[in-house]
Design a binder for this molecule. Structure first.
Ligand code: ADP
Length: 290
């Protein structure tokens, strides 16, 4: 599930379902689903506590990057995993097609401004990885982007991967934990989800014709993602490929990995110095004698 640095992976080799081993299969779907629900709940509670400590400690930040094909479940994962988190220390930023002002800057510009501050959790719903996916699959869109000559060449893509690695390395070196999740759904499951969007009136708003166009480029996207994993899965910010045909599986795994990521930090509440303790004692005394 974790992509080891320098490893060439084929997405089709990764399982997208709920039972990736015999033990789970034997237990049966209902049992596994129930246990997954319990683990998710435990992790939600753990995340609430961890976030408070992260905030109090005020030295590290967490950046969670969610990528996946359309309908992979990014929004639902954010909603479910982060439901217990204090909104004050958490910010979700969704990135769509870059606007004119964004295109007038280098591709990382708009992401810089959305990175989490110390003590905060930042979530990128899509990210700069789109910049090595969408224009790679549809080079024609670069014609309108005022890019210098050579755009779209191998060297151009290599430079973007390098920039991304350097960007993340810089964040990590300065106290940000970068957690990258690819929600991996199968093409069949995407078809089911798109049909459900078309057949259910309350889901119509979620449907976009471009989802169908991009579906026709499924294999191109899979290749582009494989290159992303190869180029940008590093020791300090590896990619996790998350089986996502069952939403409960994806949510449970993502929550678990976030909690594990935060727990690796040596977080602590700021120490109360002797001087400060005296100050607090005086404050308490003043209040009590009122
Ligand atoms: P979502 O599909 O995530 O729910 P939207 O319907 O707003 O959100 O779609 C966002 C669209 O923006 C996606 O089709 C995505 O591929 C596109 N997008 C994001 N970043 C870029 C980029 N850098 N270049 C081109 N398209 C992008």
């Amino acid at each position: 599930m974790i992509v080891k640095p320098g490893m060439k992976v084929k997405i089709s080799d990764f399982y997208t379902g709920w039972a990736h081993n015999d033990e789970l299969k034997e237990a049966g779907k209902d049992v596994v689903k129930q246990r997954a629900g319990e683990i998710l709940e435990e992790n939600r509670t753990a995340l609430t506590t961890a976030q408070e400590l992260l905030w109090a400690d005020n030295r590290y930040s967490i950046l969670i990057i969610l990528q996946g094909m359309d309908t992979a479940g990014k929004d639902g994962t954010i909603r479910h995993v982060m439901s217990g988190v204090n909104p004050q220390g958490c910010r979700v930023t969704s990135f769509g097609v870059p606007n004119r002002q964004e295109l007038d800057h280098t591709f990382l510009w708009r992401f810089w401004r959305a990175t989490p501050g110390r003590g905060e959790i930042g979530i990128f719903n899509r990210s700069y990885y789109e910049d090595v996916l969408v224009p790679k699959v549809h080079p024609i869109i670069m014609e309108d982007q005022q890019l210098p000559p050579g755009s779209g060449s191998n060297a151009f893509w290599e430079a973007r991967y390098k920039d991304i690695r350097a960007f993340e390395e810089h964040l990590v070196a300065n106290g940000t934990i970068v957690l990258k999740f690819f929600l991996n759904i199968s093409k069949e499951e995407q078809k089911k989800r798109l049909i459900s969007r078309l057949k259910t009136e309350e889901k119509h708003w979620k449907f976009s014709l471009s989802d169908l166009t991009d579906r026709q480029f499924w294999d191109h996207y899979q290749r582009a993602y494989e290159e992303v994993f190869y180029q940008t899965s590093t020791d300090s910010s590896p990619w996790y490929i998350i089986p996502a045909d069952y939403k409960w599986v994806a949510r449970t795994l993502v929550a678990d990995l976030i909690v594990r990521g935060i727990k690796k930090l040596d977080l602590r509440y700021p120490e109360t110095t002797d001087e400060r303790k005296k100050e607090l004692e005086i404050a308490l005394y003043e209040l009590q004698k009122e």
